[in-house]
Design a protein around this ligand. Structure first.
Ligand SMILES: Nc1ncnc2c1ncn2[C@@H]1O[C@H](COP(=O)(O)OP(=O)(O)OP(=O)(O)O)[C@@H](O)[C@H]1O
Ligand SMILES: [Mg+2]
Length: 291
């Protein structure tokens, strides 16, 4: 069969034609796929835009709502404190107890509203970072003072390790304090005996790590990834007795990002947890000036 050259040529051109046809149909198919992909991209764009608008609306709603809540909550708190001080006449012990319930509930609601407002502000890109030079010793002593009433009433020790040989920081100390305050208050909430230890150490040459380590109930490994999301709480018997909204850690994460850093944790159920934040020693200035 193959020794007939004419037949061979015929064979070849038929084969070529077939290949060409196949190539052509592949090209047509590719073109169609391309168009499909383009259409999908366009649709994704529209959806992303819609999502952005929805998220904007949500942020705006949250900030208006939380803002409006603050005034009435403030008056509930001050009226409760007026009543408690017996400025308008004496209260019975039972009434004192009831007034205390009112102010505890109002304070919790007001903390939650503050957290929501912060989250909404971050989402709307409206939170401002004001870095300044400051000493960590001042930060630690402010935190120590803030937690003294809670620590005095509990069996857990709160230990601030002396920050040795660490430079001054140039960052937003209020945001950093807010992160550490959340970590410490969590640790105190979820630790029934032992200690909560706060330390600071250099991480490489340009960063500093703050760690809050407790000897508390710990967190199962499968939940470590989700914990920094909004409203995530671990289901435990202790949790049921405690208050909280599950926004603290997600705020910590966002504040850390605003400070150019990151958060993380190591934790073992029944042994304890370490929550840390690593941030640059000096926050880069937006216009590149270091002054
Ligand atoms: N040190 C810790 N030990 C054990 N569990 C923790 C610890 N820190 C956080 N968690 C778990 O992570 C959850 C989320 O913490 P987060 O601070 O976000 O919320 P919260 O403390 O419950 O409420 P909020 O901070 O908004 O008042 C907690 O409810 C708890 O289940
Ligand atoms: Mg918390």
């Amino acid at each position: 069969m193959t020794d007939n050259p004419a037949h061979g040529a015929f064979d070849e051109s038929a084969e070529l034609r077939q290949l060409r046809d196949e190539a052509q149909s592949l090209r047509t198919e590719l073109d169609e796929t391309n168009q499909g992909v383009l259409a999908l991209y366009a649709e994704l764009d529209t959806q992303a835009e819609q999502l952005r608008q929805a998220s904007d609306l949500k942020s705006r709603f949250l900030s208006y709502m939380s803002h409006e809540f603050r005034t009435p909550l403030g008056s509930i708190l001050s009226i409760a404190s007026l009543l408690d001080d017996e400025l308008d006449g004496p209260l019975s012990p039972e009434q004192h107890k009831q007034v205390a319930f009112v102010s505890t509930a109002a304070r919790e609601l007001s903390d939650m509203v503050d957290d929501l407002l912060d989250l909404a502000k971050i989402e709307a890109g409206r939170i401002s970072i004001s870095p300044a030079w400051f000493d960590m010793l001042d930060l630690f002593s402010a935190l120590r003072g803030m937690f003294r009433p809670i620590v005095d009433a509990s069996a857990v020790d709160l230990i601030f390790e002396e920050p040795e040989g660490l430079p001054r920081l140039f960052t937003d100390d209020k945001k950093l304090a807010q992160i550490l305050r959340n970590f410490i208050s969590n640790s105190l909430k979820f630790t029934q005996r032992g200690e909560v230890r706060i330390s600071a150490s250099l991480e490489g040459e340009r960063e500093i790590r703050f760690a809050v380590t407790d000897t508390g109930i710990g967190i199962p490994p499968e939940l470590h990834g989700a914990l920094f999301e909004d409203f995530i709480q671990v289901d435990s018997p202790l949790q049921k007795r405690l208050r909280g909204t599950g926004l603290g850690l997600s705020l910590c994460k966002r504040f850390a990002e605003l400070l150019g850093g990151r958060v993380g944790l190591q934790s073992k159920p029944g042994v304890g947890s370490t929550f840390y934040v690593v941030i640059p020693l000096a926050l880069a200035q937006e216009h590149g000036d270091e002054s």
